[in-house]
Design a protein around this ligand. Structure first.
Ligand code: NDP
Ligand code: 2IT
Length: 443
C-alpha cells in the first residue's frame, strides 16, 4: 500500500472526526522520510497501530444540579498508547468535547509524552460538561459521578489523568477524593494534586513556564532573547497566566489576553495579578479587567487578538484558534516567534504560513510538553513519597524543555529541514514509541 492509501484508510475508518484527522494527517506527513529509511516500520504497520487507540471508554455521567434537576453528560477516556508507560494525559471539561477532540488530544499526547523522555504512554479524557456558571457543589457532584465510572479504568500504574481545559486544582481534588473513597487507597492516580496531599511544586506553573523555556531555546538559535519583546498570549487560564508570568520574568511585556468572548489590550502590559484574581479566584470574565484598568481596551470576539501587533505570539487557549488569515496578519505585523501553549491551536494553513515565512515555530507537542513532564515528576515524587523543592522541579523542567528542543531540532536536521520543528517533534516523538512497539511485539 502507498503512503497516501494508508492515510486514506485510517481517515475513512474514523468518519466524522475532523480534529483527529487533522492531527493524524500532520504526523503522518512528517513521517514520510522516516518510513523511507525504515521500511520495517511500514511492514510492522506501526503507524496504523498507533492511530488505533488501545481502548476507548465512553460512559454516562448522571448528576443532580442545585435545583434538584437530573443532568446527563457523556464521559470519555481514550487510552491511546501504553508502549512507553501508563496512559498519561489530561481531562477536559468543555461543552465542545466529543470523541474527535479527545482522540486528537490523546493521539498528540503519545508523541508529546515520548518527547519528555519520561516513561509515560498517551491518553486523554473528558466530558461535554460545561463548568462555567456551575457552583462548587455542582462541580463536585459531577466529578464524583464521573469518577464513579472512571475509577475502574485508572490507577497509578495503569492510567494517570490530570487537568486540561475546565479541569484545575478544584476538579482534581474532587476526582481524587472520590477515587480514594471508592478504592480505599491513597495513590498517585492523578497529577496536579493539592500541594498538601501529594501535588508537586511548580506543576501549576509548568506548562506556561516550560513554553517559555522552549521559546527561549528557539530564540537562541537566532541570537535573540525574550528581553523587551511584546507578547500576545491568548486564553486567560492556567497556561496563559503562567506563560505570561514567565514572559515578564524574562523582561518581556504581555499586551493582550482573551477568553472565549473577547480580548483585552493593555499597552502598558497586562496586570497579571488582576487576571489571576478575575480568573482563578472569582472565575469571572476577562472583560472585568476594565473595571480597575480603565485605560485598557476590551474588544468582543476572541480571534481579534491576533490583530494585535506583537513580536511573540503564544496561542494558549484552544485548538484551531489561529487560522491562515490570522497567521498572515501576525507575519505582516512582524512576529518573530510563535509558541503553541495550547494543543493544535494553529490550523494547517496557519502552520504553513509560519513555516513559509521562516518564523520560529514551536509546535504544541514539543512546546507545551512541560505540563505533562512535570506531571511525570509529580509521579516520581509520589513513588518516592518525597516532595522536591520548587527550584528542583523547575530546574528539571527547564532541562527537559531544552532537551526536547534539541531532539526536535536534531531530528529536523536528520530527516527534514533543519529548524522545521513540526517535522522534528513528530519524528523524534514517533521514533521512541515505534522502537518500543517493535520490541514489545504485536500487542
Ligand atoms: P483553562 O481552562 O485553564 O483555560 C482555558 C482558556 O482558554 C480560558 O481562558 C478559556 O476561555 C479559553 N478557551 C477555551 N476554549 C475556548 C474556545 N473554544 N475559544 C476561545 N477561548 C477558549 O485551560 P488551560 O489553560 O489548562 O488549557 C489551555 C490550552 O492548553 C488547551 O489547549 C490545553 O489542552 C492546553 N494544555 C494544557 C496543559 C495544562 O497542564 N493545563 C498542558 C498542555 C497543554 P473561557 O473561560 O471563555 O472558556
Ligand atoms: O495536554 C496536556 O499535556 C495536558 N493537559 C497535561 C497532561 C498531564 O497529564 O499533565
Amino acid at each position: 500500500m502507498t503512503g497516501q492509501e494508508t492515510l486514506k484508510k485510517i481517515l475513512e475508518k474514523n468518519p466524522g472526526e475532523p480534529e483527529f484527522h487533522q492531527a493524524v494527517t500532520e504526523v503522518y506527513e512528517s513521517l514520510q522520510p522516516v518510513f523511507d529509511k525504515h521500511p520495517e516500520y511500514a511492514e510492522a504497520k506501526i503507524f496504523e497501530r498507533i492511530a488505533e487507540p488501545e481502548r476507548v471508554i465512553m460512559f454516562r455521567v448522571p448528576w443532580v444540579n442545585d435545583k434538584g434537576e437530573i443532568q446527563i453528560n457523556r464521559g470519555f477516556r481514550v487510552q491511546f498508547n501504553s508502549a512507553l508507560g501508563p496512559y498519561k494525559g489530561g481531562i477536559r471539561f468543555h461543552k465542545s468535547v466529543n470523541l474527535s477532540t479527545l482522540k486528537f488530544l490523546g493521539f498528540e499526547q503519545i508523541f508529546k509524552n515520548s518527547l519528555t523522555g519520561l516513561m509515560m504512554g498517551g491518553g486523554k479524557g473528558g466530558s461535554d460538561f460545561d463548568p462555567h456558571g456551575k457552583t462548587d457543589m455542582e462541580v463536585m457532584r459531577f466529578c464524583q459521578s464521573f469518577m464513579n465510572e472512571l475509577y475502574r479504568h485508572v490507577g497509578p500504574d495503569t492510567d494517570v489523568p490530570a487537568g486540561d481545559i475546565g479541569v484545575g486544582a478544584r476538579e482534581v481534588g474532587y476526582l481524587f477524593g472520590q477515587y480514594k473513597k471508592l478504592t480505599n487507597s491513597f495513590t498517585g492516580v492523578l497529577t496536579g494534586k493539592g500541594l498538601g496531599w501529594g501535588g508537586s511544586l511548580a506543576r501549576k506553573e509548568a506548562t506556561g513556564f516550560g513554553l517559555l523555556y522552549f521559546v527561549e531555546e528557539m530564540l537562541k538559535t537566532r541570537n535573540d532573547s525574550m528581553k523587551d519583546k511584546i507578547v500576545v498570549s491568548s486564553g486567560s487560564g492556567n497556561v496563559s497566566i503562567y506563560a505570561s508570568e514567565k514572559c515578564v520574568q524574562l523582561g518581556a511585556k504581555v499586551v493582550a489576553m482573551n477568553d472565549s468572548a473577547g480580548y483585552v489590550y493593555d499597552k502598558d502590559g497586562v496586570d497579571l495579578k488582576a487576571v489571576r484574581q478575575i480568573k482563578e479566584v472569582e472565575r469571572g470574565r476577562i472583560k472585568e479587567y476594565l473595571k480597575d484598568h480603565p485605560k485598557a481596551e476590551y474588544h468582543e470576539g476572541s480571534a481579534g487578538i491576533w490583530n494585535v501587533k506583537c513580536d511573540i505570539a503564544l496561542p494558549n487557549a484552544t485548538q484551531n484558534e489561529i487560522d491562515g488569515k490570522s497567521a498572515q496578519t501576525l507575519v505582516d505585523n512582524g512576529v518573530v516567534a510563535v509558541g503553541e501553549g495550547a494543543n493544535m491551536p494553529s490550523t494547517p494553513d496557519a502552520v504553513k504560513v509560519f513555516l513559509e515565512n521562516n518564523i520560529l515555530f514551536g509546535p504544541a507537542k514539543a512546546a507545551n510538553a512541560g505540563g505533562v513532564a512535570t506531571s511525570g515528576l509529580e509521579m516520581s515524587q509520589n513513588s518516592q513519597r518525597l516532595s522536591w523543592s520548587f527550584y528542583e522541579v523547575d530546574s528539571k523542567l527547564k532541562q527537559i524543555m531544552q532537551n526536547i528542543h534539541k531532539s526536535a531540532l536534531d531530528a529536523s536536521e536528520k530527516y527534514s529541514t533543519k529548524g522545521n520543528l513540526v517535522d522534528g517533534a513528530n519524528i523524534a516523538g514517533f521514533l521512541k514509541v515505534a522502537g518500543a512497539m517493535m520490541e514489545q511485539g504485536l500487542v
